[in-house]
Design a protein around this ligand. Sequence first.
Ligand code: MLT
Ligand code: ZN
Length: 504
Amino acid sequence: MLPIDRGTPPDSLASQSPHQTSMPDQNQTSPAERLLPKLRAILGDRGMLTDASDTAPYAEDWRRLYQGKTPAVLRPADTAEVARVVVACAEAGVALVPQGGNTSMVGGATPSPDGRALVLSLSRLNRVRSIDPIDLTVTLEAGVILKAAQNAAAEAGCLLPLSISSEGTAQIGGVLATNAGGNNTVRYGNARDLVLGLEVVLPDGQVWNGLRRLRKDNTGYCLRQLFVGSEGTLGVITAAVLKLVPQPREREVALCTVASVQGALDLYTRFNRSDPAAIQAFEYMSGAGVDFVLRHIPGVSLPFEPASHYVLVELATPRIGAGLRASMEAVLTGAMEEDMVSNAVIAESEAQRANLWKLREEHAEAQKREGASVKNDVSVPVSKVPELLERAQAAAALLMPGMRMVPFGHMGDGNIHLNFEQPEAMDAAVFLAQDHAIMDMVGEIVQSLDGSFSAEHGVGMLKPYMMPSWRGGAELDAMRRIKQALDPRGIMNPGKVLPDAATR
Ligand code: MLT
Ligand code: ZN
């Protein structure tokens, strides 16, 4: 274990704002650059990328909001190498930015533009260590892609009940570090609800092996939940034990159109009264978002005429002879008789299910192809979703005429991606310069509805400025103390989650 003093953070770790552009003196090498030979000795050539063309994809976020810079991407092969890297960086006071599939929506895994932090890619830690269909657990390394984890569970006759649009790229470490939510939260909760155990490399290089697979374990503080959702600011998650559930025996997916957001809520209530335990996903989509998907994503089609509001609902159960098809039909028929639903289709095959889900899952990609957008990943009590969207639409029209509201998301758990697309004729940079005004406009409404400005994407680099007004006082103070206790030199993912110390 490396003794670490409680001195002031090294200059390389000064907090960064998204718009910061300061660069190191061209003639001086940074502490990170000076550390590279030592790191190469630990990782070997295969474990390091240093060419600018190789590191560039790791230095930019998925949304292309942040162009960072790094002298190297470190690619350790196992937990022991991660620990040795962390010790070396801690000794030298060099910052590390842990990165998985680089799918963050909030710049949570992007290094700052000053080029003084190193990216720590976990992608080579990609083994499924074990899977147990009796205990219903899987032990995975951080770099396993979520889709591969789902497949491994399915091969063992189980379901890993965590599904997000980026699951083909996102890695387990990042999914846990950000406490991802996604489509099945309505039934199984968020990523943290699936975590039984963790292995974490602490900021001083100690390895905490907490890979337990117990359903009950009240032994002191629940450390694993501290690291889940900490966005790489408290340590590096290197492996995890996740809960599995039995594989569904019946599964039904339906797409329908409703007259309004209130209609979508009424339909949700109807499904809930019919068979709450069967609701696997309940997703809302607006006409604007579906239009974007149809325009930009090849091979996706709509089974009926376009509408202004859509619901995608999935029912699933491991019960034998549950009759899900009949209950899906009964709820939809009843809703149609009362004019709550105007059109509805139930998928008849796996291919049709995939097509319906594609309409929903391609929203983020389609929105990106349409132009610049400001995302608001908000949550409110489910009953308040209609009011949220109504008030946001009115406020947006006043703030920026022509701005297109594209709300969609996980209505069943109250998490709406209340995104705004630039007005068609506006320059993207001019639009994005208004990001705080748009986020604050939404934030005010969300706050009045007892909601959250950060439902499932995290705070990252985009939103620390919002922390004092949403989590200020005792809560932010406690978070700062935790950070200081575990990472006194501030080497773990600086500039993310917490605003700089001067901001109260
Ligand atoms: C989704 O559910 O598709 C996302 O979390 C993406 C988004 O906000 O764009
Ligand atoms: Zn989402």
